[in-house]
Design a protein around this ligand. Sequence first.
Ligand SMILES: Nc1nc2c(c(=O)[nH]1)N[C@H]1C(S)=C(S)[C@@H](COP(=O)(O)O)O[C@H]1N2
Ligand SMILES: [Mo]
Length: 206
Amino acid sequence: MNARIPPGQVITKGYPILHAGTVPYSLTRENWTLKLSGAIEFPQTLSFADLLAMPQKTVTTDIHCVTSWTKLDTTWVGVPFRSIADRVRPHPNAHFVVMECEQRFTTSLPIEPLMEDTVLIAHTYDNAPLPPEHGGPVRMFVPRRYFYKSAKWLRGLRFVEKDEPGFWEVRGYSNVADPWMETRYDVDDVKVIHRMRKANLFQPTD
Ligand SMILES: Nc1nc2c(c(=O)[nH]1)N[C@H]1C(S)=C(S)[C@@H](COP(=O)(O)O)O[C@H]1N2
Ligand SMILES: [Mo]
């Protein structure tokens, strides 16, 4: 098996567009803001200029959609999520981050995988401003999860103690969304819990 291509994925040369609802064309780099809120020391709202003033990072890697397409070697520019976390100083009880988007779309992840150095608040794709159809002016980029964790038209990051499953997650998709463990649907998450139990890593919290 090719370790680079997750199980059940097929390579596409195109770049499919996938989302619920309509593209918010009125959202531009000029009027876009990002609200940083929740369990953090320094709540604040960033403008696009604020985002550009932070250190930028370029990441070239593969993306994997749960509907089974994989696109190799995509190149993104943005601000690492980790830099945002450094700026707002999450409280110790901020275990999850809810990504809040236009049209009330949300998705969430534990804070730990978001700290990986390929995770970006992205504004540039393939050396050009991220097109509205692909989530521009700014989207989340979390390449080690299925792509529905990469929220388009990102408007807020809310740090929370307890997870809040998002739009696709409450509609039957996996909350783990790990392409290599192939957790596509909510029932697949049981596999992960089972593995963690076997490794003695699973600690029920309540
Ligand atoms: N705001 C928002 N972000 C979203 C979605 C959505 O419906 N709304 N769909 C997700 C899904 S299911 C996928 S596969 C990717 C697709 O991104 P793309 O259209 O740039 O390929 O966006 C994700 N981010
Ligand atoms: Mo998707």
